[in-house]
Design a protein around this ligand. Structure first.
Ligand SMILES: Nc1ncnc2c1ncn2[C@@H]1O[C@H](COP(=O)(O)OP(=O)(O)OP(=O)(O)O)[C@@H](O)[C@H]1O
Ligand SMILES: [Mg+2]
Length: 506
């Protein structure tokens, strides 16, 4: 290239953005070459999503400029950004739930056939082509609401690609994926970048970042603290984590084994599908029971049925040795069971309510119903929530802040806080640390260890192998709706889990 400077696909100069009570970005500059994978990392609330929302025209910066094609912009509109070839796969769910996958892929650019009518056949076929180029088996006629969160993510990526972008921005695209699915997305992204598309990639999975990044920008409290070129610098995971957090971070420390108590929960011959298997298992006091399995293996469905939130055809549930009927979540909560959901946008949060309301929402029904009592309890409630906010390092200007204004990871922490506030005996965590930064993750792991130390019990569904291995006292591996292995102590290794999950080992 004769030393001629390479042209950027997009560039941002000295971007600042203030929200009430928060400086989300402070003089951040950022650039991206065509064909480059430029990753952005930082703690929950560091400003990553805000930056990409500014690059894609969904937010206006207070200061700074965006440069595309030698044109300078004070701000972009979403339409301008699209026209300039900037496409985003957001953290939030933006698909139409009651419409097919294919129609979601081509929303706004429908395949038109004869007489100007929408050509559904073509829409399905073209969408299937895109999915298969993603290496994904997905029936494009399925309604989005019937797809798993990870399948929905593929639909979002498919939609962005259908618009043939020059810049593709992905905000935590693999957060809900198991190792295999995540790898499919990562290799797809490398593929996309080799086609000359510039990729901006946000993830809390630092191992992924180290694997695929050409450059890594680190944000902390709205400021850029570093930009590393992977080709020329020796960078490792610990180093990046330390820059993000500002101190040493301990990854996945093995939890010490706790003394197993009495049976806290017993499930006998639970059947959730007509032709499906019956499953039985026990959960002990003081135990973290890890639930492993591939996405779609039925892990969540089994636990939802236990919680009374999903279909249950037959089966017996005993809580603390007593046979119990759990017909709905309210009954489960009455019995001291809490379910921390994987899909925070859909089922987890009341987005228009404040942090304090979202935390106390399930706790409240425990209090006497009289208004007078409710009133009396308020200051104390506030105190407890305040303490949780501090313990989980939830980044919010106040307890009154509406949840929808919190960053993705901080929303997840509110869900966790909610159940901690409720003080149940049995916790079912479905992917508890999705989208949570490395330091908060280790705080949450400490909290979980504390809970079981105090005689509580935890069922933890996780796709993150190191998390399962570090935290579980026992692991059940689920395949095709059935428990195919029970691993204890030294048997709990990533390799063992994967072999059983894939059915290589019996
Ligand atoms: N619309 C908004 N109104 C008010 N505050 C906001 C809004 N959007 C973001 N914030 C705040 O700006 C800060 C940066 O948020 P941002 O979503 O960019 O974080 P993030 O780095 O993407 O975090 P995460 O890893 O949790 O997704 C946070 O403190 C957040 O609460
Ligand atoms: Mg974010």
């Amino acid at each position: 290239m004769n030393g001629a400077p390479k042209k950027f696909a997009i560039q941002a100069e000295n971007i600042s953005k203030i929200f009430p009570g928060v400086q989300a970005l402070n003089q951040v500059s950022f650039d991206l070459y065509p064909g480059e994978i430029h990753c952005i990392v930082g703690e929950n609330g560091a400003g990553k999503s805000t930056l990409i929302k500014i690059l894609s025209g969904f937010l206006k910066p207070d200061r700074g400029e965006i440069i595309v094609d030698s044109q300078r912009f004070k701000a972009l509109t979403p339409h301008q950004a699209q026209t300039l070839g900037i496409q985003v796969v957001y953290q939030e769910n933006i698909l139409a739930p009651t419409v097919s996958a294919a129609e979601n892929v081509f929303a706004g650019q429908e395949k038109v056939g004869n007489f100007g009518l929408i050509d559904h056949q073509k829409t399905f076929e073209e969408a299937e082509k895109i999915f298969s180029s993603l290496g994904v088996k997905l029936d494009s006629r399925m309604l989005v609401e019937n797809l798993s969160p990870s399948e929905q993510q593929f639909v979002k990526i498919g939609r962005a690609l259908a618009l043939q972008p020059r810049v593709l921005i992905l905000d935590e695209p693999t957060a809900m994926f198991d190792k295999q699915e995540a790898e499919a997305v990562l290799s797809l992204i490398q593929d996309i970048s080799q086609r000359g598309i510039g990729v901006i990639y946000i993830s809390h999975r630092l191992e992924e970042i180290i694997d695929i990044a050409h450059r890594i920008t680190v944000l902390k409290d709205g400021q850029k603290v570093a930009c590393h070129d992977i080709k020329t610098e020796q960078i490792n995971l610990d180093y990046i984590a330390r820059e993000m957090v500002g101190r040493e971070v301990k990854f996945f420390q093995k939890k010490k084994q706790t003394k197993k108590g009495k049976v806290a929960l017993e499930i006998k011959n639970l059947k959730i599908k007509e032709a499906g298997p019956e499953v039985s298992f026990q959960l002990y006091q003081g135990e973290i029971l890890g639930i492993a399995g591939l996405i779609g293996s039925g892990r969540t469905e089994i636990m939802k049925a236990v919680f009374g939130a999903g279909q249950k055809l037959k089966g017996e549930v005993s809580v603390a040795g007593k046979k119990s009927q759990i017909r709905n979540p309210a009954e489960a909560i009455q019995l001291g069971i809490g379910f921390i959901t994987e899909d925070r946008q859909k089922t987890g949060l009341a987005l228009n309510l404040s942090v304090i309301k979202n935390t106390t929402i399930v706790g409240l029904n425990k209090l006497p119903t009289s208004f007078f009592n409710l009133f009396l309890n308020l200051p104390q409630e506030k105190l407890i929530v305040q303490q949780l906010v501090e313990e989980l390092a939830i980044k919010t200007p106040s307890l009154e802040q509406e949840i929808r204004f919190l960053s993705g990871g901080n929303q997840q922490k509110v869900i966790l806080g909610r159940w901690l506030f409720k003080n149940v005996d049995i916790f079912i965590f479905d992917e508890p640390t999705i989208g949570i930064d490395v330091s908060a993750k280790s705080e949450i792991h400490k909290l979980m260890a504390n809970l079981v130390d105090n005689g509580k019990s935890i069922i933890m569904i996780s796709s993150e192998m190191p998390e399962l291995v570090a935290m579980s006292d026992r692991v059940l591996v689920i395949r095709e709706g059935d428990i195919v292995a029970e691993l204890r102590a030294e048997e709990i290794t990533e390799e063992n889990i994967i072999l059983h999950a894939f059915g290589v080992k019996n």
